[in-house]
Design a protein around this ligand. Structure first.
Ligand code: ADP
Ligand code: MG
Length: 345
């Protein structure tokens, strides 16, 4: 919506874990390296934890893009309280196996045969479980059993467990001892610091062609960090709203006051509850953010209706701009410009 106004080629602050926007902060870089190390080890478990919105899934996506499919076959699960039997079935399905109408024992042997086949072809098998804090202890135990599959002394499966900080508590339980022994590395992805937060915002903006419009005061960057605690998801939410607000008031220079105002508005929309963007108690924010995971705009209180209306206004504004340009410029250039305009809008 504001993209055309600022001459951007796309939306800079979407909430999907798009690897083309990947910013290698110290933490994201380390998490990436740990996963990569795991791929080379080819066995056991790598555990990555981090708060909601820290960038875990984004790092996973970046790694997936980086893998050579001729050497490594990866299967991904997003666990939402999978029960143990479902888990083995889901793993088989994730590897693309046909599993309808077969019992547990057949399921396991099908999976083992498949993994053995890969090993014979010198391919690695990688199982990625995102949101792994939702796994039941029984499902965890099933995962551990799958990690027992071997060909000679060569493990057939490498697993990544990625999840929110509760995952660490889950793994600390006494009955998780055997699984713990299989963990070859674990890493907690913390938030970014102030300098990285700035780097992150600039990186995402530059990726869609930003140079200096709108310009951010140093104090604006400081405020973005203070208000978000350096968590990418919160930064995206805040900056998306910040650019929308600044577009609506036709600003080209952003200050700390602008950032704080938008941040207050987001807090108000949450009905006086904990701030969406401020460093509020994790549990409360977690619940809210969980329910918003697939959106890139905050919806409550009719905001989606306002956004839709602004979208329509934006389209008609672009149309008017095009008509005005059509009157003022010779044919070939007009086509070029309108092409950019439409793309940006
Ligand atoms: N390193 C990064 N580079 C670019 N964008 C990131 C990075 N980390 C997180 N993000 C962005 O932040 C948001 C939340 O990231 P996500 O990976 O979904 O977090 P998590 O899985 O930890 O909850 C997404 O919009 C994603 O695009
Ligand atoms: Mg995630």
């Amino acid at each position: 919506m504001y993209e055309a106004f600022y001459g951007l080629s796309g939306k800079p602050f979407q909430l999907n874990p798009d690897p083309t926007f990947f910013f290698a902060s110290k933490g994201h870089n380390s998490a990436f390296s740990f996963l990569k190390y795991g791929v080379y080890q080819g066995e056991g478990f790598i555990v990555i934890t981090g708060e909601i919105g820290a960038g875990k899934t984004t790092v996973l996506r970046a790694l997936m893009e980086d893998l050579d499919p001729r050497k490594c076959v990866a299967a991904q699960l997003v666990s939402t309280q999978l029960e143990a039997d479902d888990l083995v079935r889901a793993v088989a399905v994730a590897f693309g196996l046909a599993v309808t109408g077969i019992d547990k024992a057949q399921l396991l042997s099908t999976l083992e045969a498949f993994l053995t086949g890969l090993a014979v072809e010198s391919k690695r098998a990688l199982l990625v479980v995102d949101e792994a804090q939702n796994l039941s202890p029984r499902a965890m135990e099933e995962l551990r059993m799958l990690s027992n599959f071997q060909l000679g002394d060569h493990a057939l499966l490498q697993s990544f467990l990625v999840g929110q900080p509760e995952l660490r508590n889950l793994l600390r339980a006494p009955d998780m001892q055997q699984l713990r022994q299989r963990i070859i590395a674990s890493y907690h992805l913390g938030p970014m610091d102030a300098a990285e937060t700035r780097g992150y915002v600039e990186h995402r903006l530059k990726h869609v062609g930003w140079t200096t419009d709108p310009a951010f005061d140093n104090s604006a960057f400081d405020a973005i960090y203070t208000q978000t605690g350096g968590l990418p998801r919160r930064i995206n939410q805040l900056c998306n709203r910040l650019l929308l607000a600044s577009f609506l008031s036709e600003k080209h220079q952003l200050t700390a006051a602008d950032v704080e105002q938008v941040s207050d508005e987001i807090r108000d929309e949450l009905g006086g509850g904990p701030a969406a963007v401020n460093a509020a108690p994790v549990g409360a924010v977690a619940n809210y953010e969980d329910s918003q995971r697939t959106d890139n705009v905050i919806r409550p209180f009719g905001l989606s209706a306002i956004t839709a209306r602004l979208d329509r206004l934006d389209k008609s504004m672009n149309l008017i701009l095009e008509l005005l340009r059509a009157q003022n410029s010779p044919m070939p250039e007009r086509r070029g410009r309108s092409g950019r305009q439409v793309k940006g809008g």
